[in-house]
Design a protein around this ligand. Structure first.
Ligand code: AMP
Ligand code: MG
Length: 495
């Protein structure tokens, strides 16, 4: 049997925090993906995964030491507060301690109804399971903090959505599945004691360095603010759109969490939206930083009584901490974008001039609907002098002369670089991916699995995405933008 190094602490917080629930068995589980490397890192001994993996990762067998429970949480969904959400189709199996001493949560998603399911069936369709597996593992390889995918199974049971679809269960791993909405749940009930207990739990688990801090709860908010600012800057630098940045989908550990109708952009647009449920464009690409701050302000409100007994002082503390978000975000964004453009020299006011240059690039890209990833891919391969290769980049632009003008400005700026040109190109290539999980490729993997029971497309795409910065022979098609007829306009959460 697969052995997990469980050491459960969330369960010890008390009944108010969750509902103990066993996964609902499925008819005919089959394991089609298992992340050996992650299992090893986590200290999971899985030598017989071929035998027992399907039972364990479908929830049919609850492994030894697991204490499955559905976590309670609330959340602002598209700006409206819902005091009662919670794991409606997911379960915390338990917490594990990896060989290096780090603690992780193990979660099943699609494991059946819970007390928090409302009208939902507690199940997940295979398509969203495949998308989450592919995108979360790609994000990890792209150096974006994220939940990981440990395993995925088909259930052998259909789930009813717009039509009947094959069902799946994904096992995912996070530093914590506590969300901003978990704090809101107790704050809405004016249960200050529970908010404090939860904050202490999170500090112990995710931010142990804050334990001795003189105002540990303000320090917790500050740490979450910083991690979220850095996280969202990473999303922006890769053209990633989360799609449903509700406060219940925002992790207290600063990881990308709850992959639903998420997507990477092909053509660059600041106001790009993919999610079919985001009709107002609240969670459009360009809104993500400000929504991040909005969500963190909701977290600050929930933590307020912990900052100071005097409400006015508490508000002042919260405001000061929240003000840090913009500074963290702006500096992380600029640092990453400068790296993407090969701009490292930093003498005098160069940074703010670089910002103007970078914003001009984004403007030209937007006006020309240039492919986000391919623009930086080709830029990373250009020498500091005009060359025949410029054509590869210019071909992405409807008005190449606009980009040619920008290239001139960029090359003028490169004269200030002290590194040699080969080093500059290598640096750029190490941060600008060749491969991202493009929607049309994910869609192709889902179609093959759903319609033909063929998982080879999924596995090939997953393998390519394990080395996103390395050009792989024979895998050129995965770097390409979609043909007009392949473009995916919307993604669905599939709930
Ligand atoms: P999401 O925005 O997808 O993260 O989900 C929002 C809320 O709806 C969470 O409380 C989920 O647990 C719940 N939910 C989503 N899909 C289902 C489902 N199929 N069955 C039960 N609950 C669900
Ligand atoms: Mg969610």
């Amino acid at each position: 049997m697969i052995q997990f190094p469980f050491d459960n602490r969330y369960a010890a917080l008390g009944d108010d925090f969750y509902e103990r629930t066993r996964p609902a068995p499925v008819r005919e589980p089959e394991l089609f993906a298992f992340n050996d490397a992650l299992a090893r890192d986590l200290g999971i001994s899985a030598s017989d995964v071929a035998v027992s993996g399907a039972a364990v990762f479908s929830g049919n067998t609850v492994p030894q030491g697991a204490e499955p429970l559905a976590m309670a949480y609330a959340g602002h969904q598209f700006g409206h507060f819902n005091p009662q959400l919670g794991d409606g189709r997911a379960l915390l199996l338990g917490e594990i301690v990896s060989p290096d001493g780090a603690r992780y949560d193990l979660h099943l998603k699609g494991s059946g109804r819970t007390r928090f399911s409302r009208d939902g069936d507690g199940r997940a369709a295979l398509g969203p399971v495949l998308r989450e597996y592919l995108v979360s593992e790609a994000m990890h390889r792209l150096h974006v903090p994220t939940t990981r995918a440990l395993a995925a199974v088909t259930t052998g049971e259909p789930v009813a959505r717009e039509r009947l679809l094959p069902g799946g269960v994904i096992t995912r791993v996070a530093s914590s599945f506590v969300r901003v909405g978990t704090f809101q749940y107790f704050a809405a009930r004016e249960d200050e004691q529970a908010v404090r207990q939860l904050a202490d739990y999170v500090i112990d688990k995710c931010y142990p360095q804050l334990d001795e801090h003189s105002n540990r709860y303000a320090a917790l908010l500050a740490a979450v603010v910083e991690r979220q600012a850095l996280l969202i800057a990473r999303w922006m630098q890769l053209g990633f759109i989360h799609g449903v940045m509700n406060t219940d989908n925002m992790s207290i550990a600063g990881e990308t969490i709850d992959y639903g109708p998420c997507a990477f952009m092909d053509a660059y647009r600041h106001d790009q939206v993919f999610s079919s449920i985001d009709r107002q464009g609240r969670y459009a690409y360009g809104n993500q930083p400000s929504i991040g701050l909005w969500n963190l302000t909701r977290l600050a409100e929930a933590l307020l009584p912990l900052f100071d007994a005097n409400p006015q002082t508490a508000v002042r503390v919260a405001q000061e901490v929240l003000e840090g978000f913009v500074a963290h975000y702006e500096s992380a964004w600029l640092k990453g974008m400068r790296e993407k453009c090969g701009l490292t020299a930093c003498n005098g006011g160069e940074s703010s001039e670089d910002r103007v240059l970078i914003e001009a690039l984004l403007e030209v890209m937007a006006e020309n609907r240039a492919d986000f990833t391919l623009t930086f891919f080709h830029l990373s391969r250009l020498p500091d002098q005009p060359s025949a290769q410029d054509e590869n980049l210019l071909a992405l632009f409807q008005h190449p002369e606009q980009m040619a003008t920008w290239l001139q400005q960029w090359r003028t700026r490169l004269k200030h670089e002290t590194q040699d040109d080969a080093a500059r190109q290598a640096g750029m290539q190490s941060v600008n991916p060749v491969y991202i999980p493009r929607n049309h490729q994910i869609e192709a993997a889902i179609r093959a699995a759903e319609d033909q029971d063929d998982f080879s497309v999924f596995h090939e795409l997953h393998t390519v995405l394990q080395q996103p910065f390395v050009q792989q022979e024979g895998k050129e098609k995965y770097a390409l933008a979609p043909e007009p007829e392949e473009v995916v306009e919307y993604t669905f959460c599939g709930t």
